[in-house]
Design a protein. Structure first.
Length: 243
């Protein structure tokens, strides 16, 4: 198990900004002794996962391109996220949704309903205006310009708040990496949401835990932690790095 963890740690050293690394850089980034890093890297080169270049630096091999193609052809976002949101619903006892942005709307891509009789009810495929609630705030906070500005203008008008105020709120959501709202979209409903990203640096999705405020408000801190952890797990499966 330790050998596997070390190999994965070496793969994680590479990024778009650091596509090639020296042996010393790999050792420094992984915290391995240089001799240990050399043995691990040599084994990965022999197995075809790393390539040694003429300048004695290393890079990931095309084997990863092949593996990535196999993943993309067999697994969708919903397939990857489903086990994680099922586990999140079970651990929190609440309804969990996977959501995305489509134009000026938020779309529920998948849902796992809570077992409790008093619960938030959402259907997969449901579209809602990108205006209010924790889900909308997280999704809007990660939009690229000019869509972000257009969404803020529309949402501010619908909410009756100054654009600058809403923009500042979304900046804070982007900074902390989550949002919580109590009764903002639906009276008596609390929602906790966290962003989900991909390998390209895009963050167009989020995971949301929702349920009656009377049950969720006292557990806000716990739910934020659980929701963020699930969102990070899905993002990691999609190849995202820290956002």
């Amino acid at each position: 198990m330790r050998t596997i963890e070390r190999a994965l740690g070496i793969f994680d050293c590479f990024s778009q900004s650091k596509s090639t690394l020296s042996l010393q850089e790999i050792a420094t980034r992984t915290g391995l002794a240089k001799s240990t890093a050399f043995r691990m890297v040599s084994s990965l080169v022999e197995a075809g996962y790393l390539m040694r270049m003429e300048n004695q630096r290393y890079c990931l091999s095309f084997k990863f391109t092949l593996l990535a193609g196999l993943v993309q052809s067999t697994l969708s976002l919903r397939d990857l996220a489903r086990p994680v949101i099922v586990e999140l619903s079970q651990s929190t006892g609440e309804t969990v949704t996977l959501n995305g942005v489509e134009g000026q709307a938020r779309v529920c891509l998948d849902v796992v309903h809570a077992p409790a009789p008093l619960m938030s009810v959402t259907r997969s495929g449901t579209r809602s205006p990108l205006v209010d609630g924790a889900t909308a705030r997280v999704l809007m906070s990660r939009l690229e310009e000019p869509l972000r500005s257009r969404s803020i203008t529309r949402a501010a008008r619908a909410l009756g708040v100054p654009k600058a105020e809403l923009a500042a709120q979304l900046d804070e959501v982007a900074r902390c990496g989550w949002s919580v709202t109590h009764g903002e979209r639906v009276p008596g409903l609390t929602a906790v949401a966290a962003p989900v990203g991909d390998a390209e640096g895009n963050w167009p999705w989020c995971v949301t835990v929702a349920g009656p405020t009377i049950r969720l408000k006292a557990r806000e801190r716990e739910l934020v932690h659980e929701c963020c952890r699930a969102a990070r797990r899905i993002s990691t499966l999609l190849g995202a790095r820290d956002g």
